[in-house]
Design a protein around this ligand. Sequence first.
Ligand SMILES: NC(=O)c1ccc[n+]([C@@H]2O[C@H](COP(=O)([O-])OP(=O)(O)OC[C@H]3O[C@@H](n4cnc5c(N)ncnc54)[C@H](O)[C@@H]3O)[C@@H](O)[C@H]2O)c1
Ligand SMILES: Nc1ncnc2c1ncn2[C@@H]1O[C@H](COP(=O)(O)OP(=O)(O)OP(=O)(O)O)[C@@H](O)[C@H]1O
Length: 527
Amino acid sequence: MCTKVLFLDSLGNGDANSLRSNPENAFSDLNSLAQSEKAVEELLIQQTPMQASDDHLIEFSEALRTVAKALRGSAEGKALAQAEAAEWKRRYELERSKNLDLLRQAPLNEEANSMEMDHIAKSPRLHVPENGKSARYALERICAHEVLQDCEPNSPIGSNNKLKRKASFKLSWGCKGQANDQHKKDIVSFESGNITTADRSSKQISLTWETSPQNVLIFTKPKSTSVQVLSVEMVRWLREQKGLNVYVEPRVKAELLSESSSFDFVQTWEDDKEISLLHPKVDLVITLGGDGTVLWAASMFKGPVPPIVPFSMGSLGFMTPFHSEQYRECLEAVLKGPLSITLRHRLQCHIIRDKARHDYETEENMLVLNEVTIDRGITSFLTNLECYCDNSFVTCVQGDGLILSTTSGSTAYSLAAGGSMVHPQVPGILFTPICPHSLSFRPLILPDHVTVRVQVPFNSRSSAWVSFDGKGRKQLEAGDALVCSMAPWPVSTACQVESTNDFLRSIHDGLHWNLRKTQSSDGPRET
Ligand SMILES: NC(=O)c1ccc[n+]([C@@H]2O[C@H](COP(=O)([O-])OP(=O)(O)OC[C@H]3O[C@@H](n4cnc5c(N)ncnc54)[C@H](O)[C@@H]3O)[C@@H](O)[C@H]2O)c1
Ligand SMILES: Nc1ncnc2c1ncn2[C@@H]1O[C@H](COP(=O)(O)OP(=O)(O)OP(=O)(O)O)[C@@H](O)[C@H]1O
């Protein structure tokens, strides 16, 4: 009996505790558990003839065996999970260093690009910010204008172009309408042992043209008669009254030419590859449509994006504050400047396939202005998505899916799934579940510096589907993961009034937010 009690202690307490306290030892614990389990078997065989009548003892031994088995199962599971976590950590580190490299190379790539485009840009000069920091620093801080100047348009895109400069502009940070050029770099200061917030991280931003914009690119919502009518009128006005170069999509050029052959001055591109050459040429983008047209325009720029002036020609307009009826006045004001802008953050996401064996086998980076959604697609199974934030486990999403949204996207799909509405100027990533099968899953808002990884576990019953701003669906198989972080290239959209006023107007007009009849004063009062 005494032997049995000692044995119980060493199996039930000793082993389980060591598993809890030191999960690194899961494999060695697994061995000792297997040995202990074997010992239980042997003990039972040895003692059965002597104590066959002792029912309690037999029951007790059975229970011991069950406990030993359960502990073994749990240790096995733990060992597997640890191996899997170590593999993911390795991939994550690779991923992170690749992203950092990409960021480091950003200015180099620009230079490489410009060399590649030598025939169109004879002497591209990166405009170095006043504080003398590098262009990469400026990109990270989204506080300087990085402008290619002296472009000589000679490419198919610019074949008719006689104007040679991309307009230069500067951005300044102001507070409550006051301009403040000395935007401080340090948000938190630490002096004499006191931590103080020296500056706000985000302020109203104002764009001032240093040279006049001359090249305007217009994106229009397809298959809309009213948009087509307006685009004909606007293109003519921009050319005849403002003397600007106008670029449009190939579809729109065809529409314009079918209207009149006098539109042959309008420039376009033939090959989608030429779209990457747009940014160095275009000073300003105009969109005619709804929010979807702004998303479409932003998706054309895989790096920096020229300022966008969005005209509302849809039913809802969260990102489209300008009224198309007053397009002349609006554009006059924008072309003259200064203009308030909303700097809308984008997310960069990409998929890492389980079957990819090499770092270079990753898929193309996708940039989203609203959100990336991982959902169950057409399958009727629950999605099972393991989510990590900078390698810390966040949660497992079991439900219809998950939305990783920008703050601009907070009023779109994320809102419909119960996420908070967040001012677009707030930097952050919204983590919003879609129909979670849980009573306690609330949406989260994560800071802008984190990297989120969403993984379909190997034992998942079904695959999941990813979509980017509601488009470009891709399947995520078991073992695949989506990695998402804040992109260094925001989208600046012109404001009607200023960022906060525009945001509040959009939620009032677009969603009738908190609309309630005011209670009458005719009734009982506090005495
Ligand atoms: N249940 C939903 O609410 C739901 C479902 C799918 C997609 N979406 C949204 O649709 C977007 C794609 O838009 P689309 O126009 O190409 O598709 P769409 O034509 O299907 O329109 C979707 C609607 O979402 C609105 N919308 C888009 N971005 C918005 C934003 N930032 N704030 C407020 N409303 C916004 C549009 O104005 C439009 O009314 C996706 O990024 C996603 O956010 C919403
Ligand atoms: N230039 C474009 N080329 C191709 N597709 C586009 C273009 N502009 C917009 N789209 C697509 O057309 C669809 C509708 O566009 P948009 O949201 O701008 O108009 P809308 O549906 O009338 O707006 P709202 O939803 O506010 O009523 C979107 O899916 C969008 O991606």
